[in-house]
Design a protein around this ligand. Structure first.
Ligand code: BEZ
Length: 228
């Protein structure tokens, strides 16, 4: 059965390019971006892993640790990292799990039996510090992930975790968010003393204080001072 948002992320022990890890212990008090890719030495995956390495600062500013998985061996992962670093101009830091038997990939729904029965799919989970799955997304093998979108979702979760807000379609950090429908106007007035822009009785916009910049293609632009 597919893991869903809100489920406990199952713990596991696995061999990685950085040794044996216990997933929950490895996370410590961080969040995790746990993702699978179909195969080492393939073009889309090379760009994706390079992109993840380019976003090391963005991930660490958000207290998110990245962890990859494919059914390739550790030796293959290690040899491929040279290609990633050379072609994507990176210093690759992400531990990559080897899961040749597919058992762990299966546990996390990372094998798409309709698409390909032998290799992992492009599945990605965001897991919070309480080890709950907060976001899950699957991409087709032929389409590389949009990591700016994943950072945007993490920023939205951080905002909505710390205040009774929800984020509208296409929201970007710094843009107005919407007061949670769980708050009636009376309660909203206590929290949002500055008031709100009421488009509909249930669509009430407020300015947000999140100061990090939207992620941009190829460059990481968040000012480390600006994000808390
Ligand atoms: C790729 O990463 O380029 C790829 C991997 C598996 C199938 C198709 C593309």
């Amino acid at each position: 059965m597919q893991l869903q948002i809100g489920d406990k992320a199952p713990n596991f022990v696995a061999y990685t390019t950085q040794g044996l890890i216990n997933f929950h212990d490895w996370m410590e008090d961080s969040w995790a971006m746990f993702f699978s890719h179909p195969g080492d030495f393939t073009p889309v995956c090379t760009t994706e892993l390079g992109r993840t390495a380019q976003l090391e600062l963005e991930l660490s500013l958000r207290n998110v640790k990245a962890l990859g998985l494919s059914t390739d061996s550790v030796d293959e992962h290690l040899a491929w990292i040279d290609d990633i670093n050379e072609s994507q101009h990176t210093d690759f830091f992400v531990p990559m799990i080897t899961g040749p038997d597919g058992v762990l990939a299966d546990l996390y729904g990372m094998i798409n039996y309709s698409e390909n029965r032998t290799t992992a799919s492009r599945q990605l989970y965001i897991v919070d510090e309480s080890k709950r799955i907060r976001f899950a997304v699957a991409y087709p093998a032929s389409v590389g992930r949009n990591f700016c979108e994943i950072l945007r979702v993490i920023d939205a979760l951080r905002l909505t975790d710390r205040s009774p807000l929800v984020t509208p379609a296409d929201w970007q950090p710094g843009e107005p968010a919407v007061i949670s429908p769980a708050l009636d106007d009376q309660d909203a007035a206590i929290v949002f003393k500055q008031g709100w822009n009421e488009v509909l009785p249930y669509l009430r916009y407020v300015d947000t204080d999140i100061t990090c910049q939207p992620c941009q293609k190829k460059v990481a632009i968040t000012d480390p001072e600006a994000i808390s």
